[in-house]
Design a protein around this ligand. Structure first.
Ligand SMILES: NC(=O)c1ccc[n+]([C@@H]2O[C@H](COP(=O)([O-])OP(=O)(O)OC[C@H]3O[C@@H](n4cnc5c(N)ncnc54)[C@H](OP(=O)(O)O)[C@@H]3O)[C@@H](O)[C@H]2O)c1
Length: 279
């Protein structure tokens, strides 16, 4: 079964399940395994790869470069500028450095990693310049709460935001209360990071009976939860080949109404506004 697609405001579509790269590129001893894991994920159809200039200070982008060599077409590469670099000139310079490390001439989606000290209007102006110059396909943000999003769309060009990448999983359902409602009303998909809570949800006992019922792993249930909505893109990171295969198969898992009710009992949805959490 092909991975379901999510439509971005531009009309472009991306697979609902991608691959994360945080912690990759930190150790030369693990590099070959990391490249192999990303290549396996691509073979299995996880064509969206999320990285950032922050990860291993550029090392993760270099791992991505090696993994995508000779197969750039059809992939959707996401990278991020650090807030400290996100001035008008700094964003453009950071993007040029990321392009070089990634070995590509275009980043498909370029995000501001989290809100920082530079005026958002300046970062957006730089993003729009990069877009016009073809260096990036589109741009978005990360770790923006509802008020940050409202401020963003009020600046010139801010309405072109393609996504907001935030911490979202069964143990971090806060965004459901207002951020996801706000974004859904504007057709801005959410990108869920740490969808298995950095591995912790892969061992959660509350998920065992649902996993047994479907004959899948606990991690797959956690991932399938993030994929329940048609406006969420989930980006688990995995270096172990078994984890990569497991994650890909989670896109085919259909949680039924009874499963969803059991998940709501074990991980209650938010009752009120909750400040956005970050890892
Ligand atoms: N924008 C932001 O501020 C931000 C913050 C955090 C993360 N992110 C992005 O989101 C991506 C994902 O988040 P994350 O890396 O923090 O956490 P995650 O994807 O929730 O968890 C990754 C951890 O879970 C393990 N794992 C993955 N699949 C598994 C499976 N099927 N069964 C058991 N264990 C499994 C991995 O092990 P192995 O690696 O050993 O296979 C790894 O230790 C990041 O890599 C990054 O690209 C963005």
């Amino acid at each position: 079964m092909p991975i379901r697609q999510v439509t971005l405001p531009s009309g472009d579509t991306v697979p609902a399940l991608g691959q994360g790269t945080w912690k990759m590129g930190e150790s030369p001893a693990r590099r070959a395994d990391e490249v192999r894991a990303l290549r396996l994920g691509i073979e299995l159809g996880m064509m969206l790869i999320d990285t950032a200039e922050m990860y291993a200070s550029g090392g993760a982008e270099e791992v991505v470069c090696e993994a995508i060599e000779g197969q750039r077409d059809g992939l959707f590469i996401v990278s991020k500028v650090l807030p400290e670099n996100a001035s008008r000139a700094g964003t453009i310079a950071a993007c040029e450095r990321s392009l070089k490390r990634l070995g590509t001439d275009r980043i498909d989606l370029y995000l501001l990693h989290w809100p920082g000290r530079h005026a958002i209007a300046d970062t957006v102006a730089a993003f729009e310049t990069l877009r016009r110059d073809g260096k990036i396909g589109q741009w978005g943000v990360s770790n923006f709460d509802t008020a940050d999003m409202a401020e963003l769309v009020a600046v010139e060009g801010g309405g072109h935001v393609a996504t907001n990448q935030v911490l979202y999983n069964l143990t971090r359902r806060g965004p459901e209360h207002d951020l996801m409602v706000w974004q859904a009303a504007r057709h801005i998909p959410l990108m869920a990071y740490s969808p298995v809570e950095q591995g912790r949800l892969a061992k959660h006992r509350a998920l065992e009976s649902i996993a047994q019922k479907h004959g899948v792993s606990v991690a797959q249930v956690a991932l399938a939860f993030t994929l329940l909505r048609d406006d969420v893109i989930s980006i688990p990171k995995a270096t172990a080949p078994d984890h990569v295969r497991d994650n890909r198969a989670a896109a085919d898992l259909r949680l039924d109404a009874a499963d969803r009710a059991a998940l709501d009992r074990a991980f209650p949805p938010p009752r009120g506004a909750t400040p956005l959490e970050m890892i």
